[in-house]
Design a protein around this ligand. Structure first.
Ligand code: GLO
Ligand code: MG
Ligand code: MG
Length: 412
């Protein structure tokens, strides 16, 4: 193949994108509660060992591009759009007004706001640090984020307490730190109740997001399960307002089965919001686009969520790889992430109505003939042949994922 001149590379990428086919229209995409984070599109490809590969890009352009693609909702950290020094000032009000206009002009809604309590130097000893001033400032920031959420019409507030932990052990008392962290969340909920009442709006759903590793060496609330324990600990004054924003990869990172982690959140009635992406077990937070690594697991996750009528947002919290250009972020990365999600969602619907899977599951639940209820060997023998259906169901799921149930067999 001949070298491709620089000025023809974008057209080349677009041509291959079209050749891939199978894209949904923006209208279809908009029917899903899929949200695009400001920070995902603005990510410049940098990391501890990596220089940025993409230029800076602001919220006006990101909101416009999301709208063109058909991503109907937008989410943001406070600091993604407002410089730290301008928090709570007139400048903040001006920026919020500009965001409102951008959202209005493009028919996009803000679904979620989140307070950044991990990046700035002030959080180096966590938002629940020993110094009372830091903790007061943390309360100000989460309350300010609640205010912004109401102004932008959001329904969710997310908290990722990434810096709630330590590098060296013994200097902090973990129980005290958790109590202090709860005080910040309590302040946010109190503020929310007040502002919601004043504006005749519903209170926000406050969602905790866990990540097992980084940026601290040890994390005090490393998993969604740890957070469920924290919500029920008695430290929160409004536990009913607080739930979870699990992230698919964050659960996978510590070795969990994400579907089982989501199931635990569902039975607790705490699955409020969901960050969708992909990656690898026991590795760092690579934030790859949904379905690029574990499509079968993702299919099963969506079967679970559809079966339990989850109706919260699916937030595209991933990072377009640093090999993808700024053009590629909106031409390839976002549309394909959305479309893989929708395809997997539709396939999940097919799984739920598949007659073979249904019959197999019904048979497993019906079990074999009744035998002596105290005779373990007889009980096992009564079900023996039915248990093969577990593997048959797994095979059927792969068939459906690969389209093989439509008659395709592979022979070259
Ligand atoms: C980082 C987290 C982060 C959160 C965001 C929302 O690993 O996934 O992106 O989702 O801060 O609060
Ligand atoms: Mg996340
Ligand atoms: Mg992540």
């Amino acid at each position: 193949m001949n070298p491709i001149p620089e000025n023809q590379q974008q057209a080349f990428v677009s041509r291959l994108m079209k050749a891939c086919g199978g894209a949904y229209s923006p209208e279809v995409r908009r029917k899903y509660f899929i949200s695009g984070p400001q920070w995902a599109a603005a990510y410049q490809g940098q990391a501890l060992f990596h220089a940025p590969t993409r230029p800076e890009i602001g919220f006006q352009e990101i909101i416009r591009k999301y709208s063109e693609i058909g991503i109907g909702y937008w989410t943001t950290h406070d600091t993604d759009v407002i410089p730290t020094y301008a928090m709570g000032t007139d400048r903040q009000n001006e920026i919020v007004a500009e965001i409102q206009k951008a959202l209005r002009d493009n028919g996009v809604q803000c679904s979620m706001v989140t307070a950044e309590t991990f990046h700035h130097a002030v959080w180096s000893a966590s938002p629940a640090a020993e110094a009372p001033q830091v903790r007061e400032y943390a309360k100000f920031r989460v309350c300010n984020t609640v205010d912004i959420g109401h102004e932008l019409g959001a329904s969710f507030a997310v908290y990722w307490p990434g810096s709630l932990g330590y590098y060296v052990q013994g200097a902090i008392d973990e129980t005290q730190t958790l109590r202090w962290y709860a005080e910040a969340l309590n302040a946010a909920c109190d503020r929310d109740i007040e502002v919601a009442q004043k504006n005749d709006r519903q209170t926000l759903k406050h969602c905790l997001e866990a990540k097992p590793f980084e940026p601290q060496a040890e994390i005090l609330l490393p998993t969604s399960d740890a957070m469920l324990g924290f919500i029920a600990s008695g430290l929160l004054t409004h536990p009913e307002m607080v739930g979870l924003n699990p992230e698919y990869l964050h659960e996978l990172m510590w070795g969990a089965a994400p579907r089982a982690a989501l199931a635990r959140a569902l039975v607790a009635g705490k699955l409020f919001h969901f960050d969708i992406n992909d990656g690898y077990r026991l590795k760092h937070d690579v934030d790859i686009g949904v379905g690029l690594v574990n499509p079968l697991d993702w299919l099963n996750v969506l079967v679970l969520l559809r079966s339990h009528a989850y109706n919260g947002p699916f937030n595209l919290d991933y990072k377009p790889p640093r090999t993808t250009s700024q053009f590629g972020v909106f031409e390839v990365s976002f549309p394909t992430a959305v479309d893989r999600f929708i395809t997997l969602w539709e396939i999940a619907g097919e799984v739920m109505t598949d007659p073979i899977i249904k019959e197999a599951m019904d048979a497993l639940k019906a079990g074999g003939p009744l035998v002596d209820p105290r005779d373990a060997d007889a009980i096992f023998a009564s079900n023996r042949e039915l248990l093969t259906l577990h593997e048959l169901i797994a095979h059927r799921l792969v068939q459906i994922l690969l389209g093989l149930h439509r008659g395709r067999i592979y022979s070259l």
